[in-house]
Design a binder for this molecule. Structure first.
Ligand SMILES: NC(=O)c1ccc[n+]([C@@H]2O[C@H](COP(=O)([O-])OP(=O)(O)OC[C@H]3O[C@@H](n4cnc5c(N)ncnc54)[C@H](O)[C@@H]3O)[C@@H](O)[C@H]2O)c1
Length: 316
């Protein structure tokens, strides 16, 4: 059987599929030629990331298509319900990138706590002429060890973030309206495991207690962090949003940075993607990445292998 990985797939995914007897094609077929290509080559499985759109026209015109697979989480580019109504299986890989997102959050937090985001901008410009001035400017860093991290949204990525935090020596508190408790196993290089049961607490308590706050909620109608929530937080709090643009009110965030309430914030996602507000891009209180939370080689490997495992278990 043939698999078309139209937006690419990891080598580990290709190997797992080939081992199970599948032919994997990694040509990128243009959107308007996709129907012809699938039918002429008798493609049984179409794998995409976010670039290729799999709408009703493809589903209707390609009756031999058995599986549509999305490497990653969001399936906005696939008519999922329609495909399922027509008997086509739709799969994705929701867990593959959780740890990658968690590590990105910590990259930002460590960076903010020691002014790395500033130092990396200023050292190339003034590192030779103003070394001592910069040394003084970045002198009052803080450690994460011993601090409290508050996690809003305690699902896959929230729990992965909690594990990294526990490993870093932080206290973890969490809020999730749909989850009372989570059971976490921290695994170490030599096979040792440490087990933690973390009971969720109220949102207000999380906001009050935390030195660092990280959001891991799905997209929703209202802001999860707005002016009211900033008021409850500790002075000098650090905050990260690697969940979705629109869960933090960006205008309220900039105000909270300017007032000194927020010591530093990290954004991987933006209300306006792919052209975030210039006030955010130029703000010295922000550590920024262009939605790269899931973008690691390891996550891509896990995505490929997870897709291959699911395909083999559905089609044999
Ligand atoms: N930055 C990136 O590149 C990247 C990559 C993957 C996923 N994400 C985003 O990360 C977010 C979390 O993903 P996940 O895989 O952990 O999802 P998940 O479904 O496993 O977990 C989300 C959790 O949030 C909880 N929740 C819902 N509304 C809430 C609220 N108002 N307050 C607190 N908790 C609430 C849910 O009960 C659930 O437990 C999603 O928004 C996803 O789009 C970002």
């Amino acid at each position: 059987m043939k698999v078309l990985a139209n937006d690419g797939i990891s080598q580990s995914g290709i190997e797992a599929l080939e081992k199970a007897g599948y032919e994997v094609i990694t040509t990128t077929v243009a959107q308007e030629q996709l129907i012809n290509y699938i039918n002429e080559n008798d493609i049984a499985v179409l794998l995409v990331r976010s670039a290729t759109k799999v709408r009703k026209d493809i589903i209707d015109a390609c009756p031999n298509l058995k599986i549509i697979g999305r490497g990653g989480v969001g399936m906005d580019n696939i008519d999922v319900e329609y495909a399922r109504e027509k008997g086509v299986k739709v799969i994705n890989t929701p867990a593959a990138s959780s740890h990658s997102v968690a590590e990105l959050v910590f990259g930002h937090f460590y960076s903010l706590a020691r002014f790395l985001h500033h130092a990396n901008r200023e050292m190339p410009l003034e590192g030779d002429s103003k070394f001592k001035v910069l040394k003084k400017a970045y002198a009052k860093g803080i450690e994460l060890k011993g601090k409290t991290i508050g996690i809003l949204g305690f699902g896959r990525i929230g729990q992965a973030t909690a594990k990294v935090a526990l490993g870093a020596g932080m206290k973890v508190v969490a809020f999730d309206p749909f989850l009372d408790e989570a059971s976490l196993d921290l695994e170490f290089f030599d096979g040792q495991k440490v087990h933690f049961d973390i009971k969720t607490i109220s949102k207000e308590e999380v906001l009050k207690q935390s030195d660092f706050i990280s959001l891991h909620v799905p997209a929703q109608k209202d802001y999860v962090i707005d002016t009211k929530e900033f008021e409850i937080m500790k002075d000098g709090v650090f905050i990260a949003n690697a969940a979705r643009g629109g869960v933090v009110n960006e205008v309220a965030l900039v105000k909270a940075i300017e007032s000194g309430k927020v010591a530093g914030a990290a954004l991987d996602v933006f209300e306006k993607e792919p052209s975030p507000e210039i006030q955010l891009l130029m703000n010295p209180g922000l550590s920024l990445t262009p939605h790269t939370g899931a973008a690691t080689n390891e996550a891509q490997d896990r995505i490929g292998v997870e897709l291959a495992t699911q395909i083999v278990s559905i089609l044999g």
